[in-house]
Write a protein that binds this ligand. Sequence first.
Ligand SMILES: [Zn+2]
Length: 137
Amino acid sequence: MVHKSSVPLHWRMQKSRYNLIGSKCVTCNTVFFPSRILCPKCRRKGKLESFQFSGKGEIISYTIIKVPPEGFEKNIPYAIAVIKLEEGTNIAGHVVGDIENIEIGKKVRAVFRKIYEDGKDGLIHYGLKWELEEGNE
Ligand SMILES: [Zn+2]
């Protein structure tokens, strides 16, 4: 992103919330997202640190949504997928892009996209979504 100053204030303020920051147990090298305060393997011996994920992963399962909840009518069809992050933990998320071609094993990356627009005050809410990477067959 080059045009930092043109990013809406609302987005800038919210951005840290959507950064892919989880945690990592430095004792056993397991990563967690969302962040945990206790490693389930190491328990009290575990030492957790915050960990920034790369935002890259691949689809391990998905469902295509054709009948959306109220407020999401413009977005259909879309996919809800379980994504295995490159660093080795799974996360469920909303997949955007060329979802007609969604397949298990396809690569995705984290992106910030409009989730919905609040009709009353026109406030646009952004959140984390997953975009299918182009050019992977
Ligand atoms: Zn651990």
